[in-house]
Design a protein around this ligand. Structure first.
Ligand SMILES: [Zn+2]
Length: 117
């Protein structure tokens, strides 16, 4: 544990202090638990099928055959490389990746069906 406390997430004050398990902000009276904040940040990360954290611009490989609905249709085969993914938070359903798949064009993918290349 470092000696430097994080600034208040509410008002940005640097004059936070520890009080037991909590960090307290003297300026806006906000109290929070640093371990819970870390867990929330961790839960927000997008991970591949193996649990590796994905980032914008990563290259991934399709981990299972994917049926493509709509125009053209077809199946994206397992092992297909997808370059330069973009993480999205407003995808359809639980789709959280926006990417261009060669031969299929731009589409949304689920992080649960890809693995980091
Ligand atoms: Zn504050």
């Amino acid at each position: 544990m470092s000696d430097t406390l994080p600034p208040c997430p509410q008002c940005g004050s640097e004059y936070t202090y520890e009080m037991g398990e909590l960090i307290v902000c003297p300026e806006c009276a906000h109290e929070w638990s640093p371990s819970e904040a870390a867990e929330a940040a961790d839960a927000a990360l997008i991970r591949d099928v193996n649990g590796n954290v994905l980032a914008d611009g990563d290259d991934v490989v399709i981990a299972k055959d994917l049926k493509v609905k709509g125009a053209g249709g077809g199946t994206i085969k397992v092992g297909t490389k997808v370059k330069g993914i973009r993480l999205i938070s407003d995808g359809v359903g639980d789709h959280d990746i926006d990417a261009t798949v060669e031969g299929f064009g731009r589409m949304q993918l689920k992080s649960s069906v890809v693995k980091k290349a």
